[in-house]
Design a protein around this ligand. Structure first.
Ligand code: URA
Length: 287
């Protein structure tokens, strides 16, 4: 790395740091106490490519109910079999059903009652974003804001994730954002192994349907959901380039962790630069 590249990386790090903090916000938004997500580039294209919660047609009707009154329909035979197995043995995904799509998966998620989380959820949160994304972010599970809105990463951690995506020179609608579990664990506790096991087939199917070039896992839960309980934790796994059935996985810290641990921002930014490199994209020039 020559000194120009070092200087450029440093500038980008500073940029990201500004992005992480309130200084990055337009003054009007700061005055209102709000945080602004970067406006999606190519909005028209994006609007068509995005699945808002489930998709615009039949699927959106499935997303709305507060309490699932729909008939019980447990995911798919492959999911049912998988539910009995411990998470560590679920690393190999079953073949997705023929004709699978993000909307179909979201509709099944909306009707799912495979674990106890269905009894406390307000909404399922199947994930959203571009249907042919180069990049897939995977978080842990919905929090209170996500449960209320049926959308992933819309709370404080989501605002930071938006800034991270923006600092990479990408728009949120260009990527897909999913979670390991699609229903909120009560009081934001970590999802239990049996909840992860019940939900994981949905994530496997989403990965197959989206076919991203790169997956960026956020924190320990998605890392171990994909690679098994034996996978070293995020602190030692980050900075590594992993492969999940041929798809590159770059693990990084969860935005909630970054909010609490200032010192983790620098390595997180390095991870995001690694993601960009894997995508064959240049880091954005300083504005
Ligand atoms: N944290 C997550 O892991 N996922 C969300 O959707 C929101 C917060």
């Amino acid at each position: 790395m020559d000194r120009f590249e070092i200087a450029r990386n440093l500038r980008q790090l500073i940029e990201l740091d500004r992005g992480f903090g309130v200084e990055f916000m337009p003054r009007s938004a700061q005055a209102a106490g709000g945080v602004v997500a970067p406006a999606p580039a190519r909005a028209e294209t994006v609007a068509r490519a995005v699945v808002p919660a489930v998709g615009r047609s039949a699927a959106s009707a499935l997303q709305a109910p507060t309490v699932q009154a729909a008939p019980v329909r447990v995911a798919s035979p492959s999911s049912t079999a998988a539910m009995a197995a411990p998470v560590a043995r679920l690393i190999a995904p079953a073949a997705p059903p023929a004709g699978d799509s993000i909307a179909v998966i979201a509709a099944e998620v909306a009707a799912c009652r495979a674990c106890g989380l269905c009894s406390t959820r307000m909404n399922t949160v199947p994930g959203e974003g571009a249907l042919r994304p180069e990049l897939l972010f995977i978080g842990e599970g919905p929090g209170a804001d996500e449960d209320t809105q049926g959308r992933p990463f819309v709370g404080v951690a989501g605002q930071l994730l938006d800034r991270m995506i923006g600092a990479m020179g990408l728009a949120r609608a260009e990527v897909f954002i999913a979670n390991v579990v699609k229903c909120r664990p009560p009081a934001n506790r970590n999802p239990l192994p049996e909840e992860i096991a019940a939900c994981l087939p949905f994530l496997h199917r989403q990965i197959a349907a989206l076919a991203p070039k790169v997956i960026c896992t956020l924190g320990n839960v998605p890392l171990r959901a994909l690679f098994g309980a034996e996978q070293p934790g995020i602190t030692s796994s980050r900075g590594k380039r992993l492969s999940w059935h041929g798809t590159v996985v770059i693990p990084t810290f969860h935005p909630s962790y970054l909010l609490r641990n200032e010192q983790a921002k620098k390595p997180a930014w390095e991870d995001l630069l690694t993601v960009l490199k894997e995508l064959g994209r240049e880091p954005p020039k300083r504005r």
